[in-house]
Ligand binder design. Structure first.
Ligand code: FMN
Length: 339
């Protein structure tokens, strides 16, 4: 008699494409700041080793947020991508990860109002002069000329990533940083065409994406990390983020990496497995590009279930991968041998 296993095949190892970039599975290492760069933002050997240790078995590795302008630097040892001379170190990082057979992306960011003058060397800037909290400095409102400068800075940073050999670029639009600040009505009270209606609040983002694509080509894989919900009565709602996500797709973004908004990536009140996956699921229901889900994903079984139930197209595993660098390899062995 033939026995048929009732357990279904894992889906975590299905192939998927982000634009033209072929991935061997659905496991993503999300961007996580290491504090291992030099104070000038340069790549160090320790930083490369941190990524090398975790690269094997991943579908995609996303390198931590790197600042596109000195005024948008968040912390003293943050990775930089704001100057051409940083490209050689970034190229070394990309090459070492490629030699392990893993595609690599880098996240580009401007911290806006959440940085501090002693780190970024100037009064922090934001869409409006509203501090992030009572512990933060009051930011200076960004002028129209500076908006142009920032659009150019994001575009130049993306070009540096391409020149350094990265396979994709991720724009950081979550966790209360500058692009999140422009989208959120909590931090954007501008009276010009960059504030007010959702259409106006999305203008900066549409111009950044357009300039990046002009600079690196329409087909170069581009991801966007979306802070999909401020979880605040006067903040950005999931409903608005759905419209924004549809626009991201229209502007040519190839994948949306869904996380939280102004209150950050790991709010204390959200701890369960897959705590931001419902946001990914909601965004996935309105777009056709792949969506990455994140938040408290610890076990391969749960990660596989998220993919199997079509709640997200890819899963990002953060802290569990910091704790166990071999997470992806073990997932492969574990899930395959139990089937
Ligand atoms: C130490 C640390 C640094 C992080 N740095 C970044 C970052 O640079 N960019 C970003 O978008 N998210 C960052 N995050 C958030 C993670 O990418 C991820 O969304 C979050 O940790 C939730 O996933 P997890 O529960 O699997 O850890 C960071 C998280 C941690 C723990």
């Amino acid at each position: 008699m033939v026995t048929v296993s009732l357990r279904s095949m894992p889906r975590l190892f299905d192939l998927i494409k982000i634009g033209s970039l072929q991935l061997k599975n659905r496991i993503v290492m999300p961007p996580m700041a290491t504090g291992l760069a030099t104070t000038r933002g340069e790549v160090t050997e320790d930083l490369i080793k941190h990524y090398e240790k975790r690269a094997r078995g991943l579908g995609l590795q996303i390198v931590e947020h790197s600042y596109v302008l000195k005024g948008g630097k968040l912390s003293p040892h943050q990775l930089g991508i704001h100057e051409d001379k940083l490209a050689a170190g970034l190229a070394k990082l990309a090459e070492r990860i490629h030699s392990l057979g893993t595609p690599i992306t880098i996240q580009i960011n401007h911290a806006g109002r959440v940085t501090a003058s002693d780190v970024c060397g100037q009064q922090p800037v934001g869409p409006s002069p509203i501090p992030h909290s009572s512990k933060h400095e009051v930011p200076r409102e960004i002028s129209r000329n500076e908006i142009e400068e920032m659009i150019e800075a994001f575009s130049s940073a993306a070009r540096r990533a391409v020149e350094a050999g990265f396979d994709a670029v991720e724009v950081h639009g979550a966790h209360g940083f500058l692009l999140n600040q422009f989208l959120s009505p909590l931090s954007n009270k501008r009276k010009d065409e960059y504030g007010g209606s959702l259409e106006n609040r999305m203008r900066f983002h549409s111009q950044i994406i357009a300039r990046i694509k002009e600079n690196i080509g329409k087909s170069f894989p581009l991801l966007y990390r979306l802070g999909a919900d401020d979880m605040h009565p006067e903040g950005l709602t999931l409903q608005e983020s759905k419209v924004f996500a549809q626009n991201l797709e229209k502007w040519g973004v190839h994948a949306i990496d869904v996380s939280g908004g102004i209150m950050g990536s790991r709010p204390a009140h959200l701890t369960g497995p897959g705590y931001y996956v419902p946001l990914a699921e909601a965004i996935k229901s309105v777009v056709n590009v792949p969506v990455i889900g994140v938040g408290g994903i610890k076990t391969p079984e749960f990660a596989d279930e998220v993919i199997g139930k079509n709640r997200a197209d890819l899963v990002a595993v953060g802290r569990a991968m910091l704790a166990d660098p071999k997470w992806a390899l073990k997932a492969m062995e574990g899930l395959r041998s139990s089937n």
